[in-house]
Design a binder for this molecule. Sequence first.
Ligand code: NAD
Length: 495
Amino acid sequence: MSLDRDIANYLERGELPDLPSQHFIAGAWAAPSSGERMESFDAGRAAPFHAFAAGDEADVDRAVAAANAAQPGWGRTKPSARGAILAEAARLLRAEKERFAFVESLDSGKPLQEALGDVSGAARALEYYGACANTIEGATFPLGPDHLGYSVPEPVGVTAHIIPWNYPLSTAARGIAPALAAGCTVVAKPAETTPLTMLMLAELLSRAGLPDGVCNAVTGTGPAAGAPLVADRRVRHVTFTGSVPTGIGVMEAAARNVATVVLELGGKSPLVVLADADLDAAANGAIGAIFENAGQICSAGSRLIVERGAHDALLERVIERAAALKMSHGLTRPTLGPLNSKAHLGRVAEKVEAAKARGLAPAIGGRAATDPETGKGWFFEATIFDAVPETDPLVKDEIFGPVLTVQLAEDEAHALALANGTDYALVAGVYTRDFGAAHRLAREIDAGQVFLNEYFAGGIEVPFGGNRQSGFGREKGMAALRNYLRVKSVAARIG
Ligand code: NAD
Protein backbone atom coordinates (compact mmCIF):
# COMPACT_ATOMS: atom_id res chain seq x y z
CA MET A 1 0.00 0.00 0.00
CA SER A 2 1.18 3.50 -0.73
CA LEU A 3 -0.17 5.78 1.96
CA ASP A 4 0.00 8.97 -0.10
CA ARG A 5 -1.73 7.31 -3.06
CA ASP A 6 -4.50 5.92 -0.84
CA ILE A 7 -5.03 9.31 0.80
CA ALA A 8 -5.17 11.04 -2.59
CA ASN A 9 -7.63 8.40 -3.89
CA TYR A 10 -9.89 8.95 -0.92
CA LEU A 11 -9.74 12.75 -0.87
CA GLU A 12 -10.16 13.10 -4.65
CA ARG A 13 -12.35 10.16 -5.63
CA GLY A 14 -13.80 8.82 -2.37
CA GLU A 15 -12.08 5.46 -3.02
CA LEU A 16 -11.14 3.41 0.04
CA PRO A 17 -9.09 0.32 0.78
CA ASP A 18 -11.07 -2.76 1.90
CA LEU A 19 -12.73 -1.91 5.19
CA PRO A 20 -14.29 -4.42 7.59
CA SER A 21 -18.07 -4.31 7.80
CA GLN A 22 -18.96 -7.33 9.95
CA HIS A 23 -18.30 -8.53 13.49
CA PHE A 24 -15.26 -10.74 14.10
CA ILE A 25 -16.42 -13.84 16.01
CA ALA A 26 -14.72 -17.23 16.47
CA GLY A 27 -11.95 -16.40 14.00
CA ALA A 28 -14.17 -15.26 11.12
CA TRP A 29 -16.19 -12.30 9.86
CA ALA A 30 -19.77 -12.62 11.07
CA ALA A 31 -22.86 -10.82 9.72
CA PRO A 32 -25.09 -9.11 12.30
CA SER A 33 -28.03 -11.29 13.36
CA SER A 34 -30.48 -8.47 12.67
CA GLY A 35 -28.98 -7.59 9.29
CA GLU A 36 -28.90 -3.96 10.50
CA ARG A 37 -26.05 -1.58 9.64
CA MET A 38 -24.75 1.73 10.99
CA GLU A 39 -22.72 4.47 9.30
CA SER A 40 -19.17 5.59 9.96
CA PHE A 41 -18.59 9.31 9.44
CA ASP A 42 -15.59 11.19 8.11
CA ALA A 43 -15.41 13.99 10.70
CA GLY A 44 -13.18 16.15 8.48
CA ARG A 45 -15.95 16.27 5.86
CA ALA A 46 -19.03 15.70 8.01
CA ALA A 47 -20.06 12.90 5.64
CA PRO A 48 -20.61 9.13 5.89
CA PHE A 49 -17.96 6.92 4.26
CA HIS A 50 -18.75 3.34 5.30
CA ALA A 51 -21.38 1.07 6.86
CA PHE A 52 -20.75 -1.56 9.52
CA ALA A 53 -22.67 -4.11 11.61
CA ALA A 54 -25.18 -2.80 14.15
CA GLY A 55 -24.76 -5.54 16.73
CA ASP A 56 -27.27 -6.61 19.35
CA GLU A 57 -27.72 -9.07 22.19
CA ALA A 58 -27.77 -12.08 19.85
CA ASP A 59 -24.38 -11.10 18.34
CA VAL A 60 -22.93 -10.51 21.80
CA ASP A 61 -24.20 -13.93 22.87
CA ARG A 62 -22.40 -15.59 19.93
CA ALA A 63 -19.17 -13.73 20.70
CA VAL A 64 -19.22 -14.50 24.43
CA ALA A 65 -20.02 -18.15 23.67
CA ALA A 66 -16.99 -18.28 21.35
CA ALA A 67 -14.76 -16.69 24.00
CA ASN A 68 -16.08 -19.01 26.68
CA ALA A 69 -15.45 -22.09 24.53
CA ALA A 70 -11.90 -20.94 23.74
CA GLN A 71 -11.05 -20.06 27.37
CA PRO A 72 -9.88 -23.43 28.72
CA GLY A 73 -7.53 -24.09 25.79
CA TRP A 74 -6.08 -20.57 25.74
CA GLY A 75 -5.66 -20.53 29.51
CA ARG A 76 -3.62 -23.76 29.32
CA THR A 77 -1.49 -22.61 26.36
CA LYS A 78 2.15 -22.24 27.37
CA PRO A 79 2.86 -18.61 28.29
CA SER A 80 5.80 -18.54 25.88
CA ALA A 81 3.47 -19.60 23.04
CA ARG A 82 0.99 -16.87 23.99
CA GLY A 83 3.85 -14.37 24.05
CA ALA A 84 5.08 -15.49 20.63
CA ILE A 85 1.65 -14.83 19.09
CA LEU A 86 1.56 -11.34 20.60
CA ALA A 87 5.09 -10.67 19.30
CA GLU A 88 4.04 -11.81 15.83
CA ALA A 89 0.96 -9.56 16.03
CA ALA A 90 3.24 -6.62 16.90
CA ARG A 91 5.40 -7.43 13.86
CA LEU A 92 2.36 -7.61 11.56
CA LEU A 93 0.93 -4.37 12.95
CA ARG A 94 4.20 -2.55 12.29
CA ALA A 95 4.25 -3.96 8.75
CA GLU A 96 0.67 -2.74 8.22
CA LYS A 97 1.10 0.51 10.12
CA GLU A 98 0.10 2.78 7.26
CA ARG A 99 -3.18 0.98 6.53
CA PHE A 100 -4.17 1.03 10.20
CA ALA A 101 -3.22 4.70 10.58
CA PHE A 102 -5.15 5.67 7.43
CA VAL A 103 -8.31 3.98 8.72
CA GLU A 104 -7.84 5.28 12.28
CA SER A 105 -7.44 8.84 11.05
CA LEU A 106 -10.47 8.61 8.77
CA ASP A 107 -12.72 6.93 11.36
CA SER A 108 -11.79 9.16 14.32
CA GLY A 109 -10.88 12.38 12.51
CA LYS A 110 -7.49 12.61 14.21
CA PRO A 111 -4.41 13.90 12.36
CA LEU A 112 -2.67 11.16 10.41
CA GLN A 113 0.69 11.73 12.14
CA GLU A 114 -1.02 11.14 15.50
CA ALA A 115 -2.72 8.00 14.17
CA LEU A 116 0.69 6.69 13.04
CA GLY A 117 1.95 7.25 16.59
CA ASP A 118 -1.09 5.42 17.99
CA VAL A 119 -0.42 2.39 15.78
CA SER A 120 3.20 2.29 16.98
CA GLY A 121 1.91 2.50 20.55
CA ALA A 122 -0.46 -0.41 19.94
CA ALA A 123 2.35 -2.50 18.45
CA ARG A 124 4.50 -1.67 21.45
CA ALA A 125 1.70 -2.85 23.81
CA LEU A 126 1.49 -6.20 21.99
CA GLU A 127 5.27 -6.58 22.09
CA TYR A 128 5.56 -5.57 25.76
CA TYR A 129 2.83 -7.90 27.01
CA GLY A 130 4.12 -10.65 24.72
CA ALA A 131 7.34 -10.47 26.73
CA CYS A 132 5.42 -10.17 30.03
CA ALA A 133 3.62 -13.45 29.35
CA ASN A 134 6.89 -15.22 30.23
CA THR A 135 7.21 -13.47 33.58
CA ILE A 136 3.94 -14.50 35.24
CA GLU A 137 4.97 -16.36 38.39
CA GLY A 138 3.49 -17.62 41.61
CA ALA A 139 4.95 -17.63 45.11
CA THR A 140 5.83 -20.12 47.82
CA PHE A 141 4.72 -19.72 51.42
CA PRO A 142 6.82 -20.67 54.47
CA LEU A 143 4.73 -23.30 56.29
CA GLY A 144 7.57 -25.29 57.88
CA PRO A 145 9.00 -28.72 57.06
CA ASP A 146 5.71 -30.66 57.17
CA HIS A 147 3.82 -28.52 54.68
CA LEU A 148 4.24 -27.07 51.21
CA GLY A 149 2.45 -23.85 50.29
CA TYR A 150 2.46 -22.20 46.89
CA SER A 151 0.29 -20.04 44.68
CA VAL A 152 -0.57 -20.33 41.00
CA PRO A 153 -1.69 -17.30 38.97
CA GLU A 154 -4.68 -18.22 36.79
CA PRO A 155 -6.44 -16.26 34.03
CA VAL A 156 -9.70 -14.74 35.32
CA GLY A 157 -11.63 -16.03 32.27
CA VAL A 158 -13.64 -14.22 29.60
CA THR A 159 -12.97 -10.46 29.62
CA ALA A 160 -15.03 -7.65 28.08
CA HIS A 161 -13.38 -4.52 26.71
CA ILE A 162 -15.48 -1.39 26.15
CA ILE A 163 -13.43 0.94 24.01
CA PRO A 164 -13.79 4.72 23.52
CA TRP A 165 -13.59 6.72 20.31
CA ASN A 166 -10.69 9.02 21.12
CA TYR A 167 -7.89 6.39 20.97
CA PRO A 168 -9.68 3.40 19.44
CA LEU A 169 -6.73 1.20 18.50
CA SER A 170 -4.25 2.06 21.21
CA THR A 171 -6.85 1.80 24.02
CA ALA A 172 -7.97 -1.56 22.62
CA ALA A 173 -4.40 -2.85 22.49
CA ARG A 174 -3.47 -1.69 25.97
CA GLY A 175 -6.36 -3.70 27.43
CA ILE A 176 -6.42 -6.71 25.14
CA ALA A 177 -2.66 -7.41 25.10
CA PRO A 178 -2.32 -8.00 28.87
CA ALA A 179 -5.58 -10.00 28.90
CA LEU A 180 -4.26 -12.33 26.21
CA ALA A 181 -0.82 -12.53 27.83
CA ALA A 182 -2.49 -13.62 31.08
CA GLY A 183 -4.43 -16.36 29.26
CA CYS A 184 -7.84 -14.64 29.17
CA THR A 185 -10.16 -14.57 26.19
CA VAL A 186 -11.63 -11.31 24.91
CA VAL A 187 -14.85 -9.81 23.59
CA ALA A 188 -14.31 -6.20 22.56
CA LYS A 189 -16.97 -3.58 21.84
CA PRO A 190 -15.48 -0.54 20.08
CA ALA A 191 -17.25 2.84 20.19
CA GLU A 192 -20.04 3.35 17.67
CA THR A 193 -18.19 6.16 15.89
CA THR A 194 -14.85 4.32 15.60
CA PRO A 195 -15.38 0.58 15.05
CA LEU A 196 -12.91 -0.17 12.28
CA THR A 197 -9.42 -0.58 13.72
CA MET A 198 -10.68 -2.88 16.52
CA LEU A 199 -12.14 -5.17 13.86
CA MET A 200 -8.85 -5.01 11.93
CA LEU A 201 -6.89 -5.78 15.11
CA ALA A 202 -9.02 -8.87 15.85
CA GLU A 203 -8.44 -10.14 12.32
CA LEU A 204 -4.70 -9.39 12.54
CA LEU A 205 -4.40 -11.30 15.82
CA SER A 206 -6.01 -14.26 14.09
CA ARG A 207 -3.42 -14.08 11.29
CA ALA A 208 -0.70 -13.90 13.95
CA GLY A 209 -1.82 -17.32 15.17
CA LEU A 210 -4.40 -16.58 17.86
CA PRO A 211 -6.80 -19.54 18.08
CA ASP A 212 -10.40 -18.99 16.97
CA GLY A 213 -12.63 -17.44 19.61
CA VAL A 214 -9.81 -16.04 21.76
CA CYS A 215 -10.35 -12.45 20.57
CA ASN A 216 -13.77 -11.39 19.25
CA ALA A 217 -15.10 -7.96 18.31
CA VAL A 218 -18.76 -6.92 18.17
CA THR A 219 -19.72 -3.48 16.86
CA GLY A 220 -22.84 -1.46 17.63
CA THR A 221 -24.18 1.11 20.04
CA GLY A 222 -23.51 1.14 23.77
CA PRO A 223 -27.09 0.26 24.76
CA ALA A 224 -27.58 -2.43 22.07
CA ALA A 225 -24.18 -4.17 22.15
CA GLY A 226 -22.19 -2.81 25.12
CA ALA A 227 -24.90 -3.28 27.76
CA PRO A 228 -25.59 -6.99 27.09
CA LEU A 229 -21.84 -7.65 26.98
CA VAL A 230 -21.04 -6.16 30.39
CA ALA A 231 -24.15 -7.83 31.88
CA ASP A 232 -23.27 -11.31 30.57
CA ARG A 233 -22.72 -13.78 33.43
CA ARG A 234 -19.90 -15.52 31.55
CA VAL A 235 -17.82 -12.31 31.55
CA ARG A 236 -15.51 -12.31 34.58
CA HIS A 237 -13.83 -8.92 34.12
CA VAL A 238 -14.69 -5.66 32.33
CA THR A 239 -12.12 -3.09 31.22
CA PHE A 240 -13.95 0.16 30.49
CA THR A 241 -12.72 3.49 29.14
CA GLY A 242 -15.22 6.30 28.64
CA SER A 243 -17.46 8.72 30.49
CA VAL A 244 -18.28 8.75 34.21
CA PRO A 245 -22.06 8.04 33.91
CA THR A 246 -21.54 5.13 31.50
CA GLY A 247 -18.73 3.79 33.69
CA ILE A 248 -20.99 3.79 36.74
CA GLY A 249 -23.63 1.85 34.78
CA VAL A 250 -21.02 -0.66 33.62
CA MET A 251 -19.83 -1.14 37.19
CA GLU A 252 -23.40 -1.72 38.38
CA ALA A 253 -23.98 -4.33 35.67
CA ALA A 254 -20.71 -6.12 36.48
CA ALA A 255 -21.50 -6.01 40.20
CA ARG A 256 -24.65 -8.09 39.63
CA ASN A 257 -22.38 -10.90 38.37
CA VAL A 258 -19.66 -10.20 40.95
CA ALA A 259 -17.29 -9.54 38.05
CA THR A 260 -14.30 -7.21 38.47
CA VAL A 261 -13.94 -3.90 36.63
CA VAL A 262 -11.27 -1.38 35.77
CA LEU A 263 -12.70 2.05 35.05
CA GLU A 264 -10.68 4.62 33.14
CA LEU A 265 -12.93 7.67 33.12
CA GLY A 266 -12.48 11.34 32.44
CA GLY A 267 -10.16 13.98 33.76
CA LYS A 268 -9.62 17.69 34.28
CA SER A 269 -5.91 17.41 34.65
CA PRO A 270 -3.75 20.28 35.92
CA LEU A 271 -0.51 21.39 34.31
CA VAL A 272 1.35 23.39 36.97
CA VAL A 273 4.03 25.84 35.86
CA LEU A 274 6.12 27.43 38.61
CA ALA A 275 7.83 30.78 38.04
CA ASP A 276 11.32 29.26 37.64
CA ALA A 277 10.33 26.84 34.86
CA ASP A 278 11.74 26.70 31.35
CA LEU A 279 8.84 28.61 29.80
CA ASP A 280 9.43 27.47 26.22
CA ALA A 281 9.36 23.83 27.33
CA ALA A 282 6.27 24.53 29.44
CA ALA A 283 4.50 26.30 26.55
CA ASN A 284 5.25 23.42 24.18
CA GLY A 285 4.07 20.96 26.82
CA ALA A 286 0.86 22.91 27.41
CA ILE A 287 0.06 23.07 23.69
CA GLY A 288 0.51 19.30 23.20
CA ALA A 289 -1.37 18.59 26.42
CA ILE A 290 -4.60 20.26 25.25
CA PHE A 291 -4.53 20.47 21.46
CA GLU A 292 -3.27 16.98 20.53
CA ASN A 293 -6.24 14.96 19.25
CA ALA A 294 -8.16 18.27 19.51
CA GLY A 295 -8.20 17.87 23.28
CA GLN A 296 -10.22 14.64 23.15
CA ILE A 297 -7.92 12.95 25.64
CA CYS A 298 -8.92 11.70 29.08
CA SER A 299 -5.49 12.78 30.33
CA ALA A 300 -5.46 16.15 28.49
CA GLY A 301 -3.80 18.96 30.43
CA SER A 302 -6.93 21.11 30.35
CA ARG A 303 -6.10 23.41 33.28
CA LEU A 304 -2.92 25.46 33.07
CA ILE A 305 -2.05 26.57 36.61
CA VAL A 306 0.68 29.18 36.44
CA GLU A 307 2.56 30.99 39.19
CA ARG A 308 1.96 34.73 38.93
CA GLY A 309 5.59 35.60 38.13
CA ALA A 310 5.51 33.49 34.94
CA HIS A 311 1.94 34.21 33.86
CA ASP A 312 2.39 36.91 31.22
CA ALA A 313 5.48 35.42 29.57
CA LEU A 314 3.96 31.94 29.49
CA LEU A 315 0.55 33.06 28.20
CA GLU A 316 2.17 35.04 25.41
CA ARG A 317 4.03 31.91 24.30
CA VAL A 318 1.01 29.60 24.60
CA ILE A 319 -1.34 31.96 22.72
CA GLU A 320 1.22 32.50 19.95
CA ARG A 321 1.60 28.73 19.49
CA ALA A 322 -2.18 28.10 19.66
CA ALA A 323 -2.78 30.78 17.01
CA ALA A 324 -0.32 29.00 14.70
CA LEU A 325 -2.23 25.68 14.76
CA LYS A 326 -3.74 24.76 11.39
CA MET A 327 -7.15 23.12 11.07
CA SER A 328 -7.77 20.72 8.19
CA HIS A 329 -8.88 17.17 7.38
CA GLY A 330 -7.05 14.58 9.51
CA LEU A 331 -5.56 12.84 6.47
CA THR A 332 -3.79 16.09 5.44
CA ARG A 333 -1.73 16.03 8.67
CA PRO A 334 -3.11 19.18 10.33
CA THR A 335 -1.92 20.44 13.70
CA LEU A 336 -5.58 20.66 14.83
CA GLY A 337 -7.99 18.03 13.54
CA PRO A 338 -11.79 17.90 13.72
CA LEU A 339 -13.79 16.61 16.66
CA ASN A 340 -14.95 13.01 16.41
CA SER A 341 -18.67 13.57 15.85
CA LYS A 342 -21.32 16.21 15.33
CA ALA A 343 -22.82 15.29 18.71
CA HIS A 344 -19.49 15.81 20.44
CA LEU A 345 -18.88 19.13 18.68
CA GLY A 346 -22.29 20.19 20.01
CA ARG A 347 -21.29 19.25 23.57
CA VAL A 348 -18.03 21.23 23.39
CA ALA A 349 -19.67 24.27 21.78
CA GLU A 350 -22.45 24.25 24.39
CA LYS A 351 -19.96 24.38 27.28
CA VAL A 352 -18.00 27.22 25.70
CA GLU A 353 -21.15 29.20 24.88
CA ALA A 354 -22.34 28.75 28.47
CA ALA A 355 -19.00 30.13 29.72
CA LYS A 356 -19.34 33.17 27.45
CA ALA A 357 -22.87 33.69 28.74
CA ARG A 358 -21.41 33.75 32.29
CA GLY A 359 -19.22 36.65 31.19
CA LEU A 360 -15.98 34.81 30.43
CA ALA A 361 -14.25 35.93 27.23
CA PRO A 362 -11.79 33.64 25.44
CA ALA A 363 -8.28 35.06 24.92
CA ILE A 364 -8.27 33.14 21.64
CA GLY A 365 -10.74 30.94 19.73
CA GLY A 366 -14.08 29.99 21.21
CA ARG A 367 -16.12 29.03 18.14
CA ALA A 368 -17.10 25.99 16.09
CA ALA A 369 -15.42 26.02 12.69
CA THR A 370 -14.96 24.15 9.42
CA ASP A 371 -11.95 23.13 7.34
CA PRO A 372 -10.82 26.49 5.84
CA GLU A 373 -10.16 24.77 2.49
CA THR A 374 -13.40 22.85 2.04
CA GLY A 375 -15.81 24.64 4.36
CA LYS A 376 -16.73 21.21 5.80
CA GLY A 377 -16.14 19.20 8.95
CA TRP A 378 -16.75 19.30 12.68
CA PHE A 379 -13.97 21.56 13.97
CA PHE A 380 -13.61 23.73 17.05
CA GLU A 381 -11.06 26.54 17.28
CA ALA A 382 -8.08 26.29 19.63
CA THR A 383 -9.53 28.09 22.64
CA ILE A 384 -7.95 29.60 25.75
CA PHE A 385 -9.74 31.24 28.68
CA ASP A 386 -7.40 33.19 30.98
CA ALA A 387 -7.78 33.81 34.72
CA VAL A 388 -10.78 31.53 35.20
CA PRO A 389 -12.13 31.45 38.78
CA GLU A 390 -11.65 28.08 40.47
CA THR A 391 -15.38 27.71 41.05
CA ASP A 392 -16.36 28.11 37.39
CA PRO A 393 -17.70 25.05 35.50
CA LEU A 394 -14.97 25.60 32.88
CA VAL A 395 -12.49 24.58 35.60
CA LYS A 396 -14.64 21.88 37.18
CA ASP A 397 -16.18 20.01 34.21
CA GLU A 398 -14.46 17.92 31.57
CA ILE A 399 -14.93 19.50 28.13
CA PHE A 400 -12.99 16.92 26.10
CA GLY A 401 -12.13 19.39 23.37
CA PRO A 402 -9.48 21.99 22.44
CA VAL A 403 -10.34 24.30 25.34
CA LEU A 404 -7.70 25.37 27.88
CA THR A 405 -8.46 27.25 31.07
CA VAL A 406 -5.74 29.22 32.85
CA GLN A 407 -5.68 29.62 36.64
CA LEU A 408 -3.35 31.99 38.50
CA ALA A 409 -1.42 30.68 41.53
CA GLU A 410 0.31 32.87 44.11
CA ASP A 411 2.87 30.22 45.13
CA GLU A 412 3.55 26.47 45.24
CA ALA A 413 1.01 25.80 48.01
CA HIS A 414 -1.71 27.69 46.14
CA ALA A 415 -0.84 25.85 42.91
CA LEU A 416 -1.23 22.55 44.78
CA ALA A 417 -4.63 23.55 46.17
CA LEU A 418 -5.84 24.56 42.70
CA ALA A 419 -4.43 21.35 41.17
CA ASN A 420 -6.44 19.25 43.64
CA GLY A 421 -9.54 21.42 43.23
CA THR A 422 -11.73 19.20 41.03
CA ASP A 423 -13.49 15.86 41.45
CA TYR A 424 -11.15 14.28 38.89
CA ALA A 425 -7.68 12.87 39.62
CA LEU A 426 -6.24 11.22 36.53
CA VAL A 427 -2.86 12.79 35.70
CA ALA A 428 -0.96 16.03 36.36
CA GLY A 429 1.99 17.86 34.86
CA VAL A 430 4.56 20.00 36.68
CA TYR A 431 7.13 22.28 35.08
CA THR A 432 9.84 23.65 37.37
CA ARG A 433 13.63 23.61 37.70
CA ASP A 434 13.30 23.15 41.47
CA PHE A 435 13.89 19.44 42.15
CA GLY A 436 12.38 19.60 45.61
CA ALA A 437 9.25 21.46 44.47
CA ALA A 438 8.77 19.00 41.59
CA HIS A 439 8.81 16.00 43.89
CA ARG A 440 6.77 17.69 46.62
CA LEU A 441 4.05 18.38 44.06
CA ALA A 442 4.36 14.86 42.60
CA ARG A 443 3.75 13.52 46.12
CA GLU A 444 0.89 15.86 47.05
CA ILE A 445 -1.13 16.09 43.83
CA ASP A 446 -3.94 13.54 43.80
CA ALA A 447 -3.47 11.74 40.46
CA GLY A 448 -2.65 8.32 39.08
CA GLN A 449 0.34 9.63 37.16
CA VAL A 450 2.44 12.81 37.40
CA PHE A 451 4.58 14.10 34.51
CA LEU A 452 7.60 16.22 35.50
CA ASN A 453 8.94 18.64 32.87
CA GLU A 454 7.41 16.66 29.97
CA TYR A 455 3.64 16.29 29.72
CA PHE A 456 2.71 12.75 28.56
CA ALA A 457 6.19 11.40 29.45
CA GLY A 458 6.13 7.63 29.80
CA GLY A 459 5.12 4.61 27.76
CA ILE A 460 3.43 1.24 28.00
CA GLU A 461 5.83 0.38 30.86
CA VAL A 462 4.29 2.99 33.19
CA PRO A 463 1.02 2.19 35.02
CA PHE A 464 -1.84 4.52 34.12
CA GLY A 465 -5.25 5.17 35.66
CA GLY A 466 -7.14 7.52 37.92
CA ASN A 467 -8.44 8.18 41.40
CA ARG A 468 -11.86 9.48 42.55
CA GLN A 469 -14.14 10.41 39.57
CA SER A 470 -11.37 9.44 37.14
CA GLY A 471 -11.90 5.79 38.01
CA PHE A 472 -9.83 3.06 39.60
CA GLY A 473 -7.52 0.24 38.67
CA ARG A 474 -4.42 0.59 36.55
CA GLU A 475 -3.74 -0.18 32.92
CA LYS A 476 -0.30 -0.40 31.30
CA GLY A 477 2.84 -1.71 32.98
CA MET A 478 3.06 -4.95 34.93
CA ALA A 479 0.21 -3.60 37.09
CA ALA A 480 -2.26 -4.25 34.24
CA LEU A 481 -1.51 -7.97 34.19
CA ARG A 482 -3.01 -8.26 37.67
CA ASN A 483 -6.42 -7.22 36.28
CA TYR A 484 -6.48 -10.45 34.31
CA LEU A 485 -5.04 -12.87 36.87
CA ARG A 486 -6.42 -14.42 40.04
CA VAL A 487 -4.40 -16.27 42.64
CA LYS A 488 -4.98 -19.90 43.57
CA SER A 489 -3.22 -20.97 46.76
CA VAL A 490 -2.29 -24.59 47.38
CA ALA A 491 -1.31 -25.91 50.81
CA ALA A 492 -0.26 -29.53 51.30
CA ARG A 493 0.88 -31.80 54.10
CA ILE A 494 4.11 -33.45 53.00
CA GLY A 495 5.69 -34.54 56.27
P1 NAD B 1 -19.45 6.79 26.59
O1 NAD B 1 -18.86 6.58 27.92
O2 NAD B 1 -20.93 6.78 26.51
O3 NAD B 1 -18.90 5.68 25.57
C1 NAD B 1 -17.71 4.94 25.78
C2 NAD B 1 -17.94 3.50 25.35
O4 NAD B 1 -18.96 2.93 26.17
C3 NAD B 1 -18.42 3.32 23.90
O5 NAD B 1 -17.86 2.15 23.35
C4 NAD B 1 -19.92 3.11 24.08
O6 NAD B 1 -20.50 2.40 23.03
C5 NAD B 1 -19.93 2.30 25.35
N1 NAD B 1 -21.21 2.30 26.05
C6 NAD B 1 -22.16 3.28 26.08
N2 NAD B 1 -23.19 2.90 26.84
C7 NAD B 1 -22.90 1.66 27.32
C8 NAD B 1 -23.59 0.74 28.17
N3 NAD B 1 -24.78 1.01 28.69
N4 NAD B 1 -22.99 -0.43 28.46
C9 NAD B 1 -21.77 -0.72 27.96
N5 NAD B 1 -21.09 0.09 27.14
C10 NAD B 1 -21.65 1.28 26.82
O7 NAD B 1 -18.83 8.09 26.02
P2 NAD B 1 -19.41 9.03 24.83
O8 NAD B 1 -20.86 9.27 24.98
O9 NAD B 1 -18.92 8.50 23.56
O10 NAD B 1 -18.62 10.39 25.17
C11 NAD B 1 -19.16 11.27 26.16
C12 NAD B 1 -18.06 11.78 27.06
O11 NAD B 1 -17.32 10.70 27.60
C13 NAD B 1 -17.00 12.65 26.41
O12 NAD B 1 -17.43 13.95 26.26
C14 NAD B 1 -15.87 12.51 27.38
O13 NAD B 1 -16.05 13.40 28.45
C15 NAD B 1 -16.00 11.11 27.89
N6 NAD B 1 -15.07 10.19 27.23
C16 NAD B 1 -13.95 9.86 27.93
C17 NAD B 1 -13.02 9.02 27.34
C18 NAD B 1 -11.77 8.63 28.07
O14 NAD B 1 -10.77 8.36 27.44
N7 NAD B 1 -11.79 8.55 29.39
C19 NAD B 1 -13.24 8.51 26.08
C20 NAD B 1 -14.42 8.82 25.41
C21 NAD B 1 -15.32 9.68 26.01
